[in-house]
Design a binder for this molecule. Structure first.
Ligand code: GDP
Ligand code: MN
Length: 399
């Protein structure tokens, strides 16, 4: 999961990394209120999960209330590189003396952690690496060794922070590492990590994280209560997002029987049949989703569909209802077996085929003799079977 800047900054602040005071706002009224607390000048920054906001006009400086409101009215309707703006951050504007770049990420090849850093920060690191390759230092943190303040100081020296910034840089590196580790992140990036303050007053100068990017490891979500605090209600259902990215027509519902069919009408009838069966059986079992694989679906589409449906932990059985027209039941049968072969945690699948290559499809399933796959002759029979299996599944099905 990628975090918005305002969320990433929250984590940095919690770790004790200095960041300018900032307030997240979702409309112009709240921006005006925020400026009362932040003061002027302030920067108003579009919140989108993509870099280069500055270059795209997504970061605006405001010296007074009128400018702040004008900026927010320009930012809220914006789409930056295909990402709709989700709120803005009103942040205290700092006088930047120098910009550094620092990131920690997982290095899958060397199985350790990469620290990328340069004293030429500000722009995206890929660009810095092109323009000044010699300035970008790539260092490593060994997962088996302690990364403590002494190690952080040594690293800051290698990176080449200016003399006066070295000690504070070391503390920030250490806190970045602690954030990275404790949140199960795959990336913690500060760009710019800026030296800010009054150029004529040495004592006012310090390092501050003006922009941050953090990605969290989805596989570790269970250790963090699913990161409820970071879930974006505007982003919708994660399973729906995944399905839509694959081009599947999927709607996530609340029940226990996954439903896959071809053609919206047939899938709707299948949902009704499942709900009807649940009612008739007195179990209250309901459909878990709507998924229409459309016409002419390949084995691959069927396999992807089954994976999506089964990645819903609430699903205890699946009903696949295909009326072969352009779609061949043979392809669908192969897709089912393909998906099963590549997955753990399969739940019972009840299949009903009719139409194009139905007999061939059923034969493929019969030959495979997979204990998870059952067949039924009619839609009603299949729905009743799937509902019954879902009701009788022990809670192992719930994982
Ligand atoms: P990005 O373009 O998405 O990486 O957004 P950033 O938050 O990094 O902002 C882009 C640029 O805006 C920074 O590199 C700075 O040059 C500038 N910027 C951001 N915050 C401030 C600030 O507080 N003061 C000043 N003077 N410039 C800022
Ligand atoms: Mn940036």
């Amino acid at each position: 999961m990628d975090l918005y800047e305002h969320q990433a900054r929250e984590l940095l602040e919690e770790a004790g990394i200095p960041t300018p005071r900032a307030i997240y706002a979702q409309n112009s009224h709240d921006v005006a209120e925020a400026t009362k607390k932040i003061g002027f000048p302030c920067v108003i920054k579009a919140q989108v999960k993509i870099g280069h906001r500055g270059q795209a006009g997504g970061v605006k400086l405001a010296h007074n209330l009128d400018e702040a409101i004008l900026a927010s009215e320009q930012l809220f309707p914006m789409t930056i590189h295909g990402h709709k703006v989700n709120g803005v951050l009103v942040a205290e504007a700092k006088n930047i003396i120098h910009e550094y770049y620092v990131s920690i990420s997982v290095d899958r090849t060397s199985r350790d952690y990469d620290v990328l850093a340069t004293a030429n920060g500000g722009t995206e690191v890929e660009e810095i690496a092109k323009a000044h390759p010699e300035s970008v230092k790539r260092l490593h943190i060994d997962p088996l060794e302690d990364f403590d303040l002494a190690a952080a100081k040594h690293m800051a020296e290698q990176i080449g922070f200016y003399h006066a910034d070295g000690d504070q840089a070391a503390e920030i590196l250490l806190k970045m590492w602690q954030t990275f580790h404790s949140t199960d992140a795959t990336l913690v990036e500060i760009n710019p990590l800026a030296k800010v303050g009054d150029p004529d007053d040495e004592s006012s100068k310090s390092l501050s994280a003006l922009d941050a990017k953090i990605s969290l490891d989805d596989n570790a979500a269970y250790r963090h209560d699913g990161w409820q605090r970071f879930v974006d209600p505007n982003e919708g259902d994660p399973l729906e997002n995944k399905a839509h990215a694959l081009g599947l027509h999927y709607v996530h519902l609340d029940g226990q029987v996954g439903v896959i069919g071809n053609g919206a009408g047939l899938v709707m009838s299948s949902l009704d049949a499942v709900a009807g069966a649940g009612e008739a059986q007195g179990t209250g079992i309901e459909p878990a989703n709507f998924l229409d694989i459309g016409g002419g679906a390949s084995a691959a589409v069927m396999a992807e569909s089954l994976e999506i449906v089964l990645s819903d932990d609430k699903v205890r059985s699946v009903f696949i209802n295909v009326y072969g027209g352009i779609t061949s039941c043979e392809e669908v049968a192969n897709g089912i077996l393909e998906a099963i072969a590549s997955m753990n945690n399969i739940r019972p699948i009840v299949v009903r085929f009719d139409g194009n290559k139905a007999a061939e499809g059923l034969e493929i399933l019969a030959n495979a003799a997979n204990p998870h796959v059952l067949v039924a002759k009619t839609m009603e029979e299949a729905a009743a079977k799937a509902a019954e299996l879902a009701a009788n599944a022990d809670n192992g099905g719930e994982r």
